[in-house]
Write a protein that binds this ligand. Sequence first.
Ligand code: PEP
Ligand code: MG
Length: 757
Amino acid sequence: MPAAAAASAREILTRLHDVMAARTGAQAKLNQVVGIIGEALASEVCSIYLLRDGVLELFATRGLQQEAVHVTKLALGEGLIGTIAQNVETLNLDEATSHPDFAYRPETGEDLFHSFAGVPIVRRERSVGVLAVQHAEPRRYAEEEIEALQTVAMVLSELIANAGLVDEQRRTGDKASQSDQPVRMNGLKLVDGMARGHAVYHQPRIVIEHTVAEDTEAERRRVYSAFAKMREQIDNMGREAEFGTEGEMKEVIETYKMFAYDEGWSRRINEAIDSGLTAEAAIERVQQRTRMRMRQIDDPLLADRMHDLEDLANRLLRIVSGQLGTAASQGLKQDAILIARNLGPAELLEYDRRRLKGVILEEGSLTAHVIIVARAMGVPVLGRVRDVRRHVSEGDLLLLDVGEGSATVRPTGPLEDAFEAKSTIGAKRRAQFAALRDQPPLTRDGTRIALMVNAGLRDDAQALDMTGADGIGLFRTEFQFLVSATLPRREQQQRLYRDVLDTAGDRPVVFRTIDIGGDKALPYLRQDDGEDGEENPAMGWRAIRVALDRDGLMKAQARALVEAAHGRALNVMFPMISEPWEFDEAKTLFEAQRIWLHDRGKRPASIRYGAMLEVPALAEVLDVLLPKLDFISIGTNDLTQFLFAADRANPKLAERYDWLSPAILRFLRRVRAQCGNTPVTVCGEMGGRPLEAMALIGLGIERLSITPAAVGPVKAMIRSLDVPALRARMAEWLDAGEHDMRLRLTAFAVEQGVEIN
Ligand code: PEP
Ligand code: MG
């Protein structure tokens, strides 16, 4: 802002400050405000319109007929005032009547005036009113004058919010959302389901309470130190691994850095402080201006960058205002749909499970761990909804229908009714699946499939009774580590394992030793180790690699598991085994603990050891490994990312390779054949989809461990399947090099009446 404008804005702000501090009523204050602004800008007319009951009402004026106050009303989008509010944009016209949206209101007496400038009064990114000036002489208002008006509008938004002059529930929409119209957004199906709830941003927007500074120099110091802190955070971000998507992380951080160190940005904020605003108001003021400019540019790439800048401005606001926590720390007040750019699994687990109904991510991919956690929690997730921030404000009602790949914001009554009706059908279908609970997973030809569930949280064990599953085929022990702020002690681990075994009773539980690293970073462990962020964490120091290097962790876990399983069967599985010696070492370590405890009277009835096949290299040495172990479990989430060299957390690759591709199916067929009599389970997400599960059975895999919600649909598939027919067809297709296995398998299912939906 040029110096002259800053000076005039400051002069106005000083006077406004006095008005706001005075003990007069809101109407009297508005009357004074129009006087001050009109005078300061030497404008013949100055008027304030506020949104009340969905229409813009003239609340105060200097220069127009006083009789028009509270009489003149304009709908959103009507006339110049309605257009400004609806589009949240400034208009600056030398001849108002020649604008196509001009609407004449005789009672105001405005026919005397030619030039017109109006700015929206914005609260929480939406218009709540309009501040306008008019002049008899046709002239364009200077940029500085517009700047001053925009700054004043910001202060006015504080005044009218404090006075409760507008109904904040009935705000106007921005350009994209066109008033309060419903908007349907599309995204990628990550966790199926339907949910209704109110929008909650994981990183909440800061609402600015005070706009006019008491002490400009103090505000400047606050901004300086906030900038310093923010830059430090951005510089550290690589290490913090704040984003789940490692692949895109670098790009995002580079952009953040660029903005964080951008001289222009900090200078503009400084200038806004010069004009008399508080640090918060100055940051927001600059952001508003940028938003308005960006709206005029229709470029998706720039829109993405704008996203990043919004994120950063919000971060700066949080630092400066000291409101640092995520929405989880404030607690969910009602049924909520959480909105985030991306989340870590631990961040998701911080939310109240009773109120968290669904999640919308701007990024996200199918096998990222946060998605596995969400699936375990039964929370539907829609991913890659790029435009969610443009359309959705905090608190907006959202209907999430992941099956349709869509989310609807601000639904109308009929839309809500249709959603309800569909949910009821979904509930009926779930009831049908639930009715299968006590039916065995037997195929039509009498093949008994072992159908187990994946679990990781204490409550998950209850899924056994709810689904009628045969056991827990994968218990992800690292979840306990992810939800704790500090390393869980051995006693805590033991308690969890004992509870899970108690709930499972006779049904087997396969405990996987901790698989941390990759997208499951533990902040406390990283700090202890002083490790720098890895270039490629999925292929980095994770799972069994960490466990063997930090064997204290593994020893404690071994003791906890053996003690918890006293008198019962214990199944232990090691993740990410790449070479047989890793299995040997892990087993030796466990055995040493078992023997030590055996001598002290803590004795599991039996102990079986297994390995996860997730690294393709292991398939080449299976003959060496098989005699050493009791079972194999194929983790298709990691396995497929390594087979295709495609990061499971990278949203750009989320849909690129198919689980039903011949490469994967042939690989699995070979492994299954090699394993001979050694039990083989598939415990990746692949087995939880009926068509994919059918293909696995077709390859000879008869043990599946899947997400609890998938037990019903997969069991329905199993009970309608004829295995010999499928095996013969699959062998034919795979041998012949058939490319589109998905098409073939779907056609087979339809032809044979196999339930795959
Ligand atoms: C897998 O990789 O398929 C697996 C089951 O383990 P996780 O998803 O926990 O890495
Ligand atoms: Mg894995």
